[in-house]
Design a protein around this ligand. Structure first.
Ligand code: DAU
Length: 357
């Protein structure tokens, strides 16, 4: 099947979020002739500051809106002659999905379906940014392929899996041109400090404990956001309609090792690691086979250890970005999520982050 036509006018939903803003920056740098409309609700994690230095670029504009608002999405697409919707917009934090799951269904499931409806009405292509979490917990020795069954285990993962199914269904039923990428645990600049890597980095910089869930031996494929964005670009330029592509390094490290690298990189004391009560239903391992994306000519630029170190260095160099976030609403979230964990007994082994994993 021939590759899809190269996109020129993009509506990037969630373009002020973590991966979305990195993608917008990357795309406009690589494709300065194209036009990008960022469509974002500007929630706690979607921030104008994430595109600092880019506002004023002739190819960039912002529409503030909800992806679940069909008229607003349609209007933004029509006004800008959009040919491709790239959907990064999502409620993305597993821990928040455990505290309040309904918002995840509203945005991740209904919101994605609204985008599909608009794409269907206006004859647009849609690329959907998904996650390795849809495959569920992967036993040692196995890797998820794009055709593996979906087995999500958190409200967040379930909402993303539902969205993936809807995207697939619109392709089959209506012939809508769609592609999906399923990304591994992504790290890098502008990731909200509620997520493990920026939380650990900023806590290390503040001399505060790093709350490691359970025994910390869960395995994740920490992938640098730059590699993730290049993976999406590869699919946008050379992917096949109706196909799913995994994006990751193809290698995993434990969360203990991630914490150790963060502290080593930032010169923090390894004794700052605290084993705390685990996340309910915590998946032990995510691991994907990324050969399908490799076959399109993409390679990760670095493995998980370097990705973690590079990301940690960014937080050390960019306090201007995260200090105001940590001073705001984040404080009450942090108390709710961690106060009992950091004061109580997690009932797990004492910290040992020095050993091999
Ligand atoms: O794998 C892809 C997914 O990666 C994305 O779909 C999600 O949107 C993204 O948030 C991320 O999900 P995780 O649950 O893996 O990310 P998080 O940064 O929350 O946690 C990474 C690992 O670290 C996970 O095993 C849980 C653990 N963790 C997390 C936090 C916040 C801790 O040990 N302590 C913590 O305080």
């Amino acid at each position: 099947m021939p590759a899809l036509p190269s996109p020129r006018r993009l509506l990037v939903t969630g373009g002020c979020g973590f991966i979305g803003s990195n993608f917008v920056r990357f795309w406009l740098h690589r494709h300065p002739e194209s036009r990008v409309v960022v469509y974002d609700r500007l929630t706690y994690a979607g921030r104008r500051e994430n595109l600092t230095g880019l506002w004023g670029h002739p190819g960039l504009s912002l529409v503030v809106g909800d992806i679940a608002d069909q008229a607003a999405v349609r209007g933004a697409c029509q006004e800008n002659g959009t040919d491709l919707i790239v959907n990064f917009a999502a409620e993305s934090h597993v821990d928040r999905s455990i505290l309040g799951p309904l918002a995840f269904t509203d945005t991740n499931v209904r919101g994605t379906q609204v985008l599909l409806e608009v794409a269907r009405e206006l004859g647009l292509r849609l690329h959907h940014v998904s996650t390795d979490e849809v495959y569920g917990d992967i036993p040692e020795g196995r890797r998820s392929e794009e055709t593996s069954p979906l087995s999500p285990r958190s409200p967040y993962a379930a909402s993303k899996a539902a969205a993936d199914h809807l995207v697939g269904a619109y392709h089959v039923t209506y012939g809508l041109p769609v592609t999906i990428t399923r990304g591994a645990n992504t790290v890098g600049p502008y990731q909200h400090p509620e997520k493990a890597l920026p939380l650990f980095s900023t806590n290390a910089l503040l001399g505060e404990p790093l709350p490691l869930y359970g025994d910390g031996l869960q395995r994740r494929d920490y992938t640098h956001v730059g590699d993730h964005c290049r993976g999406i670009e590869t699919v946008l330029l050379r992917g096949e309609s109706g196909q799913v592509y995994n994006v990751g390094t193809g290698e995993e490290i434990t969360n203990r090792e991630m914490a150790r690298i963060v502290l080593e990189t930032l010169g923090g004391n390894q004794g700052l690691v605290r084993h705390v009560a685990d996340r309910p239903g915590h998946d032990r391992r995510y691991a994907m086979n990324v050969d399908k994306l490799r076959a399109l000519g993409w390679e990760p630029g670095c493995g998980p250890r370097e990705a973690v170190a590079r990301a940690a260095r960014w937080y050390a160099a960019n306090r201007w970005w995260w200090e105001p976030i940590r001073g705001g609403e984040f404080r009450s979230y942090y108390r709710r999520q961690y106060a009992h964990r950091l004061t109580g007994d997690a009932g797990v082994p004492s910290p040992d982050v020095s050993g091999g994993e």
